[in-house]
Ligand binder design. Structure first.
Ligand SMILES: Cc1cc2nc3c(=O)[nH]c(=O)nc-3n(C[C@H](O)[C@H](O)[C@H](O)COP(=O)(O)O)c2cc1C
Length: 194
């Protein structure tokens, strides 16, 4: 089977943790990524997710300060100083639409990957951030009480190109060597249940 465009895009869409300094993502681009999310499937078609684009420099800095990156990498600061993302999309569940947020973590994943593929297609890089201080972000962005943050998407122009490698002996920890970020993926055989 030849490689499809979709397969190429999915492979290109790696988690990036170092961004080109001075190259900003504009709000129109974020809006286009959010628009892609409009067309995704939704539990009971409730469309309870709301998206807060963040491009203002002061807000970006505050959201960044409330995120944690690359838990497996202990000997390097990531993103490196000066190579932080220039934008975020903060995904929230609107509890006025869905009081029970739990099902919407699935919707969040669908939207997150959709936006990230759109970002990759637009020449951007990014990283989904599940490790964040929700209270700090809510305060920084003035989010109302009905909005519960489900995931944060960091975005920017990548200045690294992570590489996929085959996971050996079940070791799935990503690592960095000679400036390259390597992401081990389990084999197809390992993930198909027989
Ligand atoms: C739901 C979710 C939450 C994540 N949260 C974080 C995070 O808080 N910090 C981080 O550096 N990476 C985070 N990641 C990125 C993963 O570490 C990354 O997807 C994994 O290492 C595989 O690399 P790849 O995305 O390039 O395939 C998250 C990924 C997902 C799907």
């Amino acid at each position: 089977m030849s490689k499809s465009n979709l397969e190429s895009l999915i492979k290109k869409s790696r988690s990036v943790r170092s961004f080109a300094p001075g190259k900003k993502v504009d709000s129109e681009t974020l809006e286009k990524l959010i628009e892609l999310c409009r067309y995704t499937p939704s539990s009971a078609n409730l469309q309870a997710l709301k998206f807060r684009p963040v491009t203002d420099e002061a807000e970006v800095a505050q959201v960044f300060a409330a995120t944690a990156w690359a838990g497996y990498i202990k000997d390097e600061k990531l993103p490196p100083e000066g190579h932080e993302p220039s934008a975020f999309i903060v995904i929230c569940c609107d509890k006025n639409i869905a009081a029970n947020v739990t099902p919407f973590f699935k919707d969040t994943g669908i939207c997150a990957q959709t936006a990230m593929l759109g970002a990759a297609e637009a020449g951007l890089g990014g990283c989904m951030i599940g490790s964040f201080d929700a209270d700090k972000i809510k305060t920084a962005l003035g989010l109302s009480d009905n909005l519960e943050i489900t995931l944060v998407l960091a975005l920017g122009y990548a200045d690294e190109a992570p590489e996929i490698i085959d996971a050996k002996d079940g070791n799935i920890k990503y690592f960095r060597k000679n400036g390259c970020h390597y992401v081990p993926k389990r084999s197809l055989d390992d993930i198909i249940i027989k």
